[in-house]
Design a protein around this ligand. Structure first.
Ligand SMILES: NC(=O)c1ccc[n+]([C@@H]2O[C@H](COP(=O)([O-])OP(=O)(O)OC[C@H]3O[C@@H](n4cnc5c(N)ncnc54)[C@H](OP(=O)(O)O)[C@@H]3O)[C@@H](O)[C@H]2O)c1
Length: 324
C-alpha cells in the first residue's frame, strides 16, 4: 500500500509517498481503507516539528479521514466490515490503509459524501464547540471571525450564522471574503486594505459581542478592542505564526472575557458538553444544514503540495487529499 511519509522534519516538501507494509491489526482495532483525508494547519506544524506535541519520525501526517471498514479485530461488533466511517487523530491519515481503535471512528450519515465527511472532523467540531460552549454565541449577537475563509474560520462563519449571529468576516482578500459571504457573513473586512481597528469601528459602532480568533498575530488586539463591555474573545490558534500579547489593561477597562479553546483539554474537562455538541452538529450535517467548503483537492501523490497549499495560507475552507 502507499502512504505519505515524513522521515525528517521540515517544510511540507519533506513529505514523500512510498510503498509501505500495511499496518497490523491489533486488539479492539479496525482497518480502514481510506477514501479521503483532509489537511489541517497543525499537520504542517507537526511536519515542521513546531507543534505543541512532538511526533517522532518517521510518521504518516494527516489528522482526519473517511473510508470503508475493511477488517475488524475479533470481538469488535461496531463498526462492521463495509461501513463508511470517519475519524480524527494526531497523525496517520494520508495513506491508503490505517488501523485505529473501533471506538475512534463514527459512521458517516448516508447523505454525506466521503470528502465532506473527511473535511468535517476538525474544523467544524472546533468551531461548533467554540461557539456553543466557550463564546456561547446567541441569536442576534455580533460575532467577529478572523481568518474567516480558513478551515476553522469558515466553519465558524457558517455555524455562527446558523446560530443566528450577525457575522463579520475578516480575511486577506476579496475572493476569500466572497466565500465567507456565501456562507452567511453579513459584514466583510479585508485586513490588507487598511488598518483593521477603524474599519471594524465603522462597521460595528456599538462594538461586537464575541471574537473567534484562529490567526493571532497583529489582528488579535484590534479585534479585541472592537468588543463591547462584557464581550468574549476566544483564542483558538496562531496560523500567523505569532502568539499575540494583549495588554491586560484593555481587559480591565473593557470588562471583556478572554477565553481559550483546545480540543483535547475541552474533551477531558467538558465531556458532557462535547457529547451534546457532537450530537447537535451531526444532526446539522445529516440534515445538510452544514457542509464543509472544499476549496482544493489533491491526490495522495501530491500530499506535500496539499500541505504546502495550507502552509502558504492559500486554503479556502478545507483542502482534501483524495485517496480513492
Ligand atoms: N484549539 C484547537 O483545538 C484547534 C483546532 C483546530 C485548529 N486550530 C488552530 O487554528 C488555526 C487555524 O487552523 P485552520 O485549519 O483554520 O488553518 P487554515 O485553514 O490554514 O486558516 C488559517 C488562516 O489564517 C490566516 N493566516 C494568517 N497568516 C497566515 C500564515 N502565515 N500562514 C497561514 N495562514 C495564515 C489565513 O487567513 P487570511 O489569509 O484571511 O489572513 C488563513 O486562512 C491553526 O493555528 C490551528 O493549529 C486549533
Amino acid at each position: 500500500m502507499r502512504a505519505a511519509l515524513c522521515r525528517e522534519y521540515g517544510a511540507p516538501d519533506v513529505v514523500r509517498v512510498e510503498d509501505v507494509a500495511p499496518p497490523q491489526l491489533g486488539d479492539g482495532q479496525v482497518r480502514i481503507r481510506v477514501r479521503a483525508a483532509a489537511v489541517n494547519y497543525p499537520d504542517v506544524l507537526l511536519v515542521a516539528n513546531e507543534y505543541q506535541v512532538k511526533v517522532p519520525t518517521p510518521f504518516v501526517p494527516g489528522s482526519e479521514f473517511a473510508g470503508l471498514v475493511a477488517e475488524v479485530a475479533d470481538g469488535v461488533t461496531e463498526p462492521a466490515v463495509g461501513d463508511r466511517v470517519s475519524g480524527t487523530g494526531l497523525v496517520g491519515a494520508f495513506t491508503e490503509e490505517l488501523v485505529v481503535p473501533a471506538e475512534g471512528v463514527r459512521r458517516i450519515p448516508d447523505a454525506v459524501d466521503d470528502r465532506s465527511a473527511a473535511a468535517f472532523g476538525v474544523s467544524h467540531r472546533t468551531a461548533y464547540n467554540v461557539l456553543r460552549s466557550v463564546a456561547r454565541v446567541r441569536a442576534g449577537e455580533e460575532l467577529l471571525v478572523l481568518g474567516a475563509a480558513g478551515g476553522v474560520g469558515l466553519a465558524t462563519v457558517q455555524l455562527g450564522a446558523l446560530l443566528g449571529a450577525s457575522v463579520t468576516a475578516v480575511a486577506s482578500s476579496q475572493g476569500k471574503l466572497e466565500v465567507a459571504s456565501s456562507y452567511g457573513a453579513r459584514n466583510l473586512v479585508n485586513h490588507r486594505a487598511g488598518d483593521l481597528r477603524p474599519a471594524l469601528r465603522e462597521i460595528l459602532p456599538q462594538g461586537g459581542d464575541a471574537v473567534v480568533d484562529p490567526v493571532g498575530g497583529s489582528l488579535s488586539e484590534p479585534a479585541l478592542r472592537t468588543l463591547r463591555w462584557g464581550g468574549r474573545f476566544v483564542t483558538v490558534g496562531y496560523a500567523s505564526g505569532v502568539v499575540p500579547r494583549i495588554p491586560l489593561n484593555l481587559v480591565l477597562l473593557k470588562g471583556v472575557h478572554v477565553l481559550g479553546f483546545e480540543f483535547g483539554a475541552f474533551a477531558a474537562y467538558a465531556a458532557d458538553e462535547l457529547d451534546r455538541n457532537e450530537q447537535e452538529l451531526l444532526g446539522l450535517l445529516a440534515d445538510r444544514r452544514v457542509r464543509p467548503h472544499i476549496g482544493a483537492t489533491f491526490g495522495l501523490d501530491d500530499a506535500a503540495a496539499a500541505l504546502r497549499y495550507v502552509a502558504d495560507g492559500k486554503a479556502v475552507g478545507k483542502v482534501v487529499v483524495d485517496v480513492a
